[in-house]
Design a protein around this ligand. Structure first.
Ligand code: SDX
Length: 384
């Protein structure tokens, strides 16, 4: 019997171009640079929606009625507190650990306290999903306060999801305009088709494991600099470049060394990422208001140099290029940029998990074996 030897032409490195699911949650037009959530384009949602409303849309398929939105929003507010045991864990973990490692650990631990942990009905899955969405911002904000040796700020039921996070990080009530821009950033990050972290959540849930395990997998995947970790590295790059005049040399040297420029390129987009376009608008506005434009000038120069080098290859700015430039105006420290990505994306992760379970099939791809065959076992005495 021939060993598992699939045809090499079926091999797609990194699953590039492979269709692994059917989903009605979001769609990307990579050529035109468009993104829709349940058919509604991202520009309309950024302009008119809220993160709570967009989360409801992603999870349940339709925009909520006024009452549905009010109940859903209240449900999220009610579930923002984390068990005190989780706070104990956060306090005991190394305070210099990366916040994504702490978030991954905390979500995994949260699952052991969930009152529905032994139930796997659709209703219990939805309740668990809502608890996770509600508690992720609390965990991220507590992680920050504890690592800085500050008192944790419990969540406030007075504020929206976005405003409450900024409040828990700073301890001050953010102004409405900043809270609105941050809410838009969360909407932009909420879902994006079968990206790596969403796919990893589906691989986990496809074995009929639990939603906490699936989201733990997703957080671990999002951490990587090729995925959600790029936003933090964009700020590192801007700091390394220092001034707009250094941009051209820095980028050309990096490209010569075959380094990836963080915040650029995408497996699907061969056009400007529509989310980056929206974030760029706010980055420019905030920089102009605060009369501190060097960051944006560097970003614009980087775009110009990358356009000259890579437009032909379809490499454009992606969502990570401007997100950190916006976040830092809200006092969010760089180490929280990727956890903030998770605060938005957790709505997409749970939505895909709930959807996939309605027609579940375990993921089990194959590999082309390129190792030896018919190798004899040599007893250890005879090995040199
Ligand atoms: C996100 O999938 C999603 O939807 C992700 C995301 C989401 O919302 O979930 O949109 C969020 O992850 C955005 C991407 C954030 N990551 C970065 O900004 C890191 C830098 N980008 C690259 O690592 C890269 O563009 C990826 C990982 C995003 C995409 O990688 P691919 O599709 O595997 O492309 P590739 O690495 O095979 O590159 C193809 C070519 C290569 O050149 P050649 O070997 O063919 O000569 O393009 C070059 C690459 O070197 N290239 C880059 C580049 N991105 C691709 N060269 C320089 N800088 C870059 N950023």
């Amino acid at each position: 019997m021939a060993f598992d030897s699939p045809d090499v032409q079926n091999y797609a490195r990194g699953l590039e171009g492979v269709i692994a699911a059917i989903s009605a949650i979001s769609a990307i037009d990579g050529q035109e640079g468009k993104l829709v959530y349940r058919g509604i384009d991202i520009e309309s949602l950024a302009e008119h929606s809220t993160f709570e409303e967009t989360t409801y849309l992603l999870m349940f398929g339709d925009l909520p009625t006024r009452d549905e939105l009010a109940n859903f929003t209240m449900d999220l507010k009610e579930k923002r507190d984390v068990p005190h045991e989780i706070i104990d864990i956060l306090e005991k973990l190394p305070h210099d650990a990366h916040p994504m490692d702490i978030l991954k650990t905390a979500i995994s631990a949260l699952g052991t306290f969930d009152p529905d942990k032994d139930s796997d009905t659709r209703g219990s899955r939805i309740r668990k999903a809502i608890r996770i969405i509600a508690q992720v911002p609390t965990i991220v904000a507590y992680t920050h306060r504890i690592s800085e040796g500050l008192e944790i700020i419990p969540p406030s039921k007075k504020f929206s999801h976005a405003k409450n996070f900024l409040y828990m990080v700073s301890g001050e009530e953010p102004n409405e305009r900043d809270a609105k821009i941050f809410d838009i950033a969360l909407i932009l990050h909420a879902d994006h088709g079968l990206n790596a972290s969403t796919f990893s959540s589906l691989v986990t849930i496809s074995t009929l494991s639990d939603i906490y395990s699936a989201i733990t997998s997703a957080v671990g995947t999002l951490k990587g600099p090729l995925h959600g970790g790029a936003n933090e590295r964009v700020l590192d790059m801007l700091a390394e470049i220092g001034t707009p005049d250094n941009v051209e040399n820095y980028i050309k040297e990096a490209v010569e060394k075959k380094k990836k420029i963080m915040g650029f390129g995408h497996r699907v987009y061969r056009a400007y990422d529509p989310r980056a376009r929206i974030l760029r608008k706010y980055a420019e506005m905030l920089a102009t208001e605060r009369n501190e434009r060097s960051c944006c000038e560097m970003a614009n120069r980087i775009e110009a140099v990358m356009k000259e080098l890579f437009e032909e290859k379809g490499i454009f700015p992606n969502v990570d290029f401007y997100s950190g430039v916006v976040y830092r105006w809200f006092g969010i420290p760089k180490r929280l940029f990727t956890p903030v990505f998770a605060i938005g994306r957790v709505s997409g992760w749970v939505s895909h998990v709930l959807e996939y379970l309605q027609a579940n099939r375990i993921f089990r791809p194959r590999a082309i074996y390129n190792g030896p065959i018919d190798v004899e076992y040599i007893p250890i005495e005879e090995r040199s």
